[in-house]
Each structure stands twice: as structure tokens, then as C-alpha cells.
Design a protein around this ligand. Structure first.
Ligand code: GAL
Length: 808
């Protein structure tokens, strides 16, 4: 039986005249860039001939050079418990992000006819953007991470060239990490009819879900009178599974409920996506059309039960991520984001926190598609400063606008399961802060009644006393493992989220002796040990969090600080030059896994085996000395052999948190040769083994691309892991050879990164030293299809070569 609305729709479709609907143009090419004041650069006739040609997204600061003097801050970092100021170098990455700069772009809009509406949309501009079109100012914003748009209908010209100029300005002491600089996210121009759907005007929710039926509620804000909305829901294959047509406007909003039979639910394991196509008609004329991807899923947070997704209780296995992409800086790149998520997926991670700001739309799209839950954060500061020129300067004027835009621009992403209005804000102290917490949470609720709000709290005692923590939907604790129990009792919500955990520090492939737990330990080489026992005065080891997750049903999961190293905040070497990037990452700045990756994987990836040995076995000079061996594995017990001699069986057991989650042979004496581990299954029989050998001299360069075929779109990237092996193919774990890179054919050398937090080599230059035997080279496609060849050379080493393909 055909229902009535379908009949109407069929009639409608057969009579529709297909007028031009919206045209979205991404401004990628044809940009000119220059640093400096250039006060006249907003003018149409300004001469920008000598300016640098760039493409957007672009980060002007990532090309360096690293410089100790950039943003050198003589400060006491109060939230780290410091009382006395000291010189902080590298806090924001020691890259030249400070200053003013201009971007100019000349574009025409062939489809634009006078009478239409034109918007310009920025998904982030670092920072304090002022936007001019054809010599006139069209608007300005403040926070560099915000999405915002302006109506440029009055400034845009029909059939002629339009001159866009964007002024950006970054102040020193405005960040606690590398913020990047420039138009580092997408810029789009949207041409649409006067009768049209508002920017971010669609809101899709799924308020009722059962096995055989889901209610999809679609609210759409529009401009225009005597208009009608037709909405279709498509399944992942593009089949229409529900249709609705409505003519009744409430104010400027349509509201529709569509029934989807036998809904496929979205989850990290089954990231099934539907699409809502909303069409606006005036009479029979189609005036606008917007496509919105969404998921059908149910979230709930309940006392003692905790968090559940689609009715199943689960705990967040999450990581915090800063927005920079290591050697690419802040310039957003989907291939780089996708690779990060693939690495995290393999680890078993199922959630991301965009610390401490709005995520890129690209990252949310990938989280929807690949299956990651998302904690979308907004601010690192409210009205009280952490850094002199931080968000505190904008809070009063912008906080509400920034939250509204965050919610409107991203609320249809099923991945987002929680908002955060702040991270460790100093406003945790004082009565005003309590009011602000409520104010911001109310704004989130007003704009999106479907998701709860958290704040990452470090001043847990203060927030218990003041009521700050009690009013939040979700009390988030940053570290403070010793206060979980007390906070659970004091707060009324009935659960606690580990909104930020661990902050364990390590450098990939670096091991220090003796092996012992240590707080903010420093070494002369400015590296931290990969035995994963070093942390900070405010933080803890991964195992401490595991204990809470496992023993307390009311702990709803964790977001580890951090999934990947990031530029800036080189704790525990904040005041040591040349440290310029973090040591907190589970993976290093190049995206290469540190040992900790396997510790989390052994617990989070419940489908695949993990059996990982550390340290490496090249300890010339340590013969006969105690060199403990750790094994990170999902198996409960294992036996260790050094050159065939048993070192005994270890079994995970109650004792220290480390005993529960790691297998540790503390008394092994080093002798060159082979370390082998044999793991036992539940029945005590051997099920798996691994070995690590002492490597000989560096002999040959080996290249391993993450993808051999990339898209010829001028953006896509292949990440090629470069390592040096001995003549038998063993990784040389201490090699530091200087290598050089050459790309031929339809691709370009883009950047390299070795994950060494103290390296001052510039990422875009085609040479770099290995760090712990490895580095990563990024090869980028052009817009032409064809073969690409990367070759990597090093003195005295057999050259490495790899062939890639750019396709369409
Ligand atoms: C937290 C903070 C993070 C980062 C981290 C380092 O207190 O929220 O941004 O600074 O410490 O451990």
C-alpha cells in the first residue's frame, strides 16, 4: 500500500521545475599569503604580486625554523603546582606562530545571480580573523578554533571577480600548546536562494528506538514564506527508507518525524550511517537542498549503571588529542586524520576527546564513519586566565556565540556523545565560576537537549565544596585517582568520568636505568624512559587508571592524555631547550607507536592478540648489568628466555597495579643475543611467542608505506615508515643516521618526522636523522594520476625505494 504522503511526493516530483539550488565552493587554491601588518591589504587594488602562493588549509608557522626565543614564557605554571616562575621554552612549540598575516583570494561565482544569498564559512581561523570582501569589512571573530560564517550578499559582485582578504593575528602567551597559525581549516562560499535552509539549520535526532522502529526527528530552520519541506531518509546504500512532506512552519522551523523500520544502530563497532535529504520547495519549485548524515543510536548516563550506548553498558576507552598533525602542523588533512584513527582503532580505542577546543569537521566525519565516540570540547579557559592572552580576553563577548556555533555545526554527528564546556578552568575556584559552569551548561542544553555536558576538573576538592562539580551532567576528573572514591560519594550524579588520565611520559625506543617509578624525572639527553614508569606530580601511570576502571563499576571510562604526541608542552623538560614537543603520547609525533601503545592494546583490543617485548636488545656496554624485560600482552602469563635460558614464568597478579597489567622480569642480566617470550593460554599451554634480537651494524634502509595507492587530488598522503636494518633484517634500534629523501613522478615530498621531541630539524626539508632507528616520510599526491617513487638515502647504507600510485 502506498501511503498518502508518498503519493503527494510522487506528484510533486513529477511537476517540479529544477531551479538552481545551493552551490558550495571550497576556496582551496589561488590564495596569496604574507606575514606582517600590511594595513592596506584589504583593498581591492592592493598589489600582492610578490606574495607567496599557498593552498588552504595552510599553517604558516609549521615551516619553522624552531627558535628558542619564540613565545619564551617566564611563568610559573600554576595548574602544574609551580610557585616560582622559570623560563619556559618550547611551550608553544618554538615555531613562529606569533604575529599578523594576511590571506587574499580572488574568486568569481559563475552561478551567482543578484537576489540570491551568499555566505562565507570558516571552520576555524587562527586567530582573531577580520574578513574583508571587495574592500569592505564583512565581519570578525576571535577564538581561532571556532566555526563561524558571515552573510556577504551585500558585498559580493555578480559576474565579476571578488577580492577576499583575511587578516589574522596571534599574540604570544595565548596558548599552552602549539596553536598553529593561519587559515588552517576549510573556507567555503555558499550561494543559495533567498528561500533556503539556514546555515547549520538542520537538527536530526532519534528520540525513539526499538528493534523494529526508530523515530527520526528532523527540525529545519528556513527562510521564506509559503514554503514546504520534503525530507527523505536514505540508508547506507542510498535506498529511500522514509519520506515526509510538511507545509506547516512554526516560526521559521519545520519539524518532521520519520519512521525508519528495522533501524541499523550506530556504534563504534557498527558505524552505520543514514542520510537525511531535506528539500525546500516554494510551490513546485525546488529552492534548496541539504544532505545531512546521521546515525541512529541511543546514549544514556545513569547513576551506578554508568554510560550505555544502545542499551549496552560500556566504558570509554578514549584518548585526548590536540589538533596538530605533527609535521603538518595545524593544517587539517583528512588522510593524516584517517591514519591517526586507524592506528587508534588497532589499539582498541573507541573514543576521542578534542582537547581543549572544537574538533575539525573532517575529524568528526571520520569518527562517524570509522566508529569513534566523541567528547567535543570547547574551551581551556573561561573568564580567568591560564595564559595572559588566552580565551579569557574573549569569554564575556564570545562564549555563548562560540558554543552555539559548535553545537549547530556539529550536532548531527552521531559520534558526539558528550560536550565539554571547559578543561581545568581556573574558574573552578570561586562563586563566579559556579555560575559560569551553569550558564555554559544551560547554553549547551538549550541548543542540544540530547547530550550531557562535562568539565575536566583538576581542582576536585574545590569543586566538591563549591557545588561546581555537583551541577555538571557528568563530573569529569582529570587525574586525581586518589580522589575518585571521595568524589563519587560527594557528587550526586552516581558516576565519574576519567576525562583526562595518565599523563605518563616516554620517548619512543629510549630506556633508562635503573628501572624505577619516578616523578618528572629528567635525563641529560632530555628524553623519558619507555619502561612507562615516569609521570608528573599531578598525574599517574596507565595501570592506576586500569585499576579504577576494573574495580569501580561507577567509573565510566577514561580519556588518556594523549593518543599522539603534539607540538609544545614538553613536560618534564618545559624549561629545557631544545625540547619542543610532548612526551605524553601513546604514539610519537610521527605516529609511530611507543611501547605504551601495546599496554593499552593488550587491554582495549579484545579481538586480537598482543604480545610485545621491551626494551630493545642492543645494550653494548651493559653486559652483565640488570636490564629488566617487560611484556605487554593480553595473556595472563608467559615465560622469558635469554639466549635459550629461562628467566622464569611471570603471571599477572594482584600486588602493585603494574603486577596486575604487565609481565615484568626485573632481574634479567644483559647479554647480546635473543630475548624470547612464550605466552600461555588459560589452560597453561604455550599459545604464542615473540623474540627480539641484538642487531648488527646499520646496513640497509627499509620503506613501508601505509598506503601504496593514493588519490590524485593534491591532498592525499602516503605515510612511509623508514627504518634501518642490519644485514639480517633486524631493526637497528639505536640508529641515528642522517637520511635524505627524493620523490619522483606524480607526487611531492611533503614532510618528515622522527618523533624526537628535541629535534630542531624542519619537517619540510628533505633530510632528517633517524630517531631510535625510525622516521616517517609523508609523500603527497599532485592532481595528476601516475607513478610516484620515493627513494631514501643515507651514507654507507643501501638505499631504500618504494613505488606508489596516484589514482582517481
Ligand atoms: C592537564 C591539562 C592538559 C595537559 C596535561 C599534561 O592538566 O588539562 O592540557 O596540560 O595536564 O599532563
Amino acid at each position: 500500500m502506498i501511503n498518502r504522503s508518498l503519493v503527494f511526493l510522487l506528484l510533486l516530483v513529477s511537476q517540479v521545475s529544477w531551479a538552481q539550488v545551493r552551490v558550495v565552493t571550497e576556496l582551496t587554491d589561488n590564495w596569496k599569503f604574507k606575514k606582517g601588518k600590511n594595513e592596506q591589504a584589504y583593498k581591492v587594488n592592493f598589489n600582492d604580486k610578490g606574495w607567496q602562493k599557498v593552498t588552504v588549509p595552510h599553517d604558516w608557522a609549521i615551516y619553522g625554523p624552531f627558535d628558542k626565543e619564540v613565545d619564551k614564557q617566564v611563568v610559573a605554571i600554576e595548574q602544574n603546582g609551580e610557585k616560582v616562575p622559570s623560563e619556559k621554552t618550547g611551550r608553544t612549540g618554538a615555531l613562529p606562530y606569533i604575529g599578523e598575516a594576511w590571506y587574499r583570494n580572488e574568486f568569481t561565482l559563475p552561478n551567482y545571480k543578484k537576489g540570491q544569498k551568499v555566505l562565507i564559512v570558516f571552520e576555524g581561523a587562527m586567530s582573531e580573523p577580520k574578513v574583508f570582501l571587495n574592500g569592505q569589512k564583512v565581519g570578525e571573530w576571535a577564538y581561532g578554533y571556532s566555526y563561524f560564517y558571515f552573510d556577504i550578499t551585500n558585498q559580493v559582485q555578480e559576474g565579476k571577480q571578488n577580492t577576499l582578504a583575511v587578516h589574522l593575528s596571534n599574540q604570544g602567551q595565548s596558548s599552552r600548546w602549539y596553536p598553529g597559525a593561519g587559515l588552517y581549516r576549510k573556507v567555503q562560499v555558499i550561494v543559495k536562494n533567498p528561500e533556503s535552509i539556514d546555515q547549520w539549520g538542520t537538527f536530526v535526532t532519534t528520540p525513539y528506538i526499538s528493534a523494529d522502529l526508530a523515530k527520526v526527528n528532523v527540525k529545519t530552520k528556513v527562510a521564506g514564506k509559503n514554503v514546504r519541506m520534503v525530507t527523505q531518509v536514505l540508508d547506507a546504500k542510498g535506498n529511500t527508507v522514509a519520506t515526509d512532506s510538511i507545509g506547516k512552519l512554526f516560526g521559521n522551523q519545520f519539524e518532521q518525524n520519520l519512521a525508519v523500520a528495522n533501524p541499523q544502530l550506530w556504534s563504534p563497532e557498527t558505524p552505520y550511517l543514514y542520510t537525511a535529504v531535506t528539500k525546500l520547495f516554494a510551490g513546485n519549485v525546488l529552492k534548496d537542498e541539504v544532505t545531512t548524515r546521521f546515525g541512529i543510536r541511543e546514549i544514556s548516563y545513569k547513576p551506578t549503571v554508568g554510560f550505555s550506548l544502545n542499551g549496552k553498558v560500556r566504558k570509554f576507552k578514549g584518548v585526548c588529542l590536540h589538533h596538530d598533525l605533527g609535521p603538518l602542523g595545524a593544517a587539517v588533512n583528512k588522510a593524516a586524520l584517517r591514519r591517526q584513527l586507524q592506528i587508534l582503532k588497532d589499539m582498541g580505542c573507541d573514543a576521542i576527546r578534542s582537547s581543549h577546543n572544537m574538533p575539525s569537521i573532517e575529524q568528526l566525519e571520520l569518527a562517524d564513519e570509522m566508529g569513534f565516540m566523541f567528547l567535543a570540547e570547547s574551551f581551556d579557559e573561561w573568564a580567568k586566565p591560564k595564559v595572559k592572552n588566552g580565551y579569557n580576553r574573549f569569554f564575556e563577548e564570545y562564549a555563548e556565540k562560540d558554543i552555539v556555533n559548535l553545537v549547530h555545526a556539529t550536532r548531527n554527528h552521531p559520534s558526539i556523545v558528550m560536550w565539554s564546556s571547559g578543561n581545568e578552568v581556573p574558574d573552578q575556584w570561586g562563586a563566579e565560576g559556579v555560575k559560569r559552569a551553569k550558564l555554559l551548561q544551560d547554553i549547551f542544553h538549550r541548543e542540544d537537549p540530547t547530550r550531557p555536558v562535562t568539565v575536566g576538573m583538576d581542582q576536585v576538592k574545590a569543586t566538591m565544596a563549591s557545588g561546581f562539580g555537583a551541577l555538571l551532567d557528568i563530573p569529569g576528573l582529570n587525574y586525581r585517582v586518589h580522589l575518585y572514591e571521595e568524589a563519587y560519594k560527594a557528587f550526586p550524579q552516581g558516576f565519574i568520568l576519567g576525562s583526562e588520565t595518565a599523563s605518563t611520559v616516554s620517548s619512543r625506543g629510549i630506556y633508562k636505568f635503573p628501572v624505577e617509578k619516578a616523578v618528572e624525572k629528567q635525563y641529560p639527553d632530555f628524553q623519558s624512559s619507555s619502561y612507562d614508569l615516569e609521570y608528573c606530580s599531578w598525574s599517574n601511570l596507565p595501570d592506576d587508571d586500569f585499576v579504577l576502571q576494573d574495580d569501580k563499576p561507577w567509573v565510566i571510562g577514561e580519556f588518556v592524555w594523549t593518543g599522539f604526541d603534539y607540538l609544545g608542552e614538553p613536560t618534564p623538560y618545559d624549561d629545557k631547550w631544545p625540547s619542543r614537543s610532548s612526551y605524553f603520547g601513546i604514539n610519537d609525533l610521527a605516529g609511530l607507536p611507543k611501547d605504551r601503545f601495546y599496554l593499552y592494546r593488550s587491554r582495549w583490543n579484545i579481538k586480537e592478540e598482543t604480545l610485545h617485548i621491551l626494551p630493545h636488545w642492543n645494550w653494548e656496554g651493559r653486559e652483565g648489568q640488570t636490564t629488566p624485560v617487560f611484556v605487554y600482552t593480553n595473556y595472563d602469563s608467559a615465560e622469558l628466555f635469554v639466549n635459550g635460558k629461562s628467566m622464569g614464568i611471570q603471571k599477572k597478579h594482584a600486588g602493585t597495579p603494574q603486577n596486575r597489567y604487565r609481565l615484568m622480569w626485573m632481574d634479567v642480566k644483559y647479554e647480546p643475543g635473543t630475548v624470547k617470550v612464550v605466552a600461555f593460554g588459560k589452560d597453561g599451554k604455550p599459545v604464542a611467542e615473540r623474540e627480539v634480537k641484538t642487531a648488527g651494524k646499520p646496513h640497509k634502509i627499509v620503506l613501508q608505506p601505509d598506503r601504496t595507492e593514493i588519490s590524485a587530488d593534491g591532498k592525499d598522503l602516503s605515510f612511509v615508515t623508514v627504518s634501518v636494518v642490519d644485514k639480517d633484517g633486524n631493526l637497528c634500534p639505536t640508529a641515528t643516521n642522517q637520511l635524505s629523501f627524493n620523490v619522483k613522478g606524480k607526487g611531492n615530498y611533503r614532510a618528515a618526522c622522527n618523533g624526537d621531541p628535541t629535534s630542531l630539524e624542519q619537517f619540510h626539508l628533505p633530510t632528517m636523522k633517524l630517531f631510535s632507528g625510525k622516521l616517517v616520510v609523508l609523500v603527497q599526491s599532485t592532481d595528476q594520476v601516475g607513478d610516484i617513487e620515493l627513494s631514501v638515502k643515507g651514507k654507507g647504507l643501501q638505499t631504500g625505494q618504494v613505488k606508489l600510485k596516484a589514482t582517481r
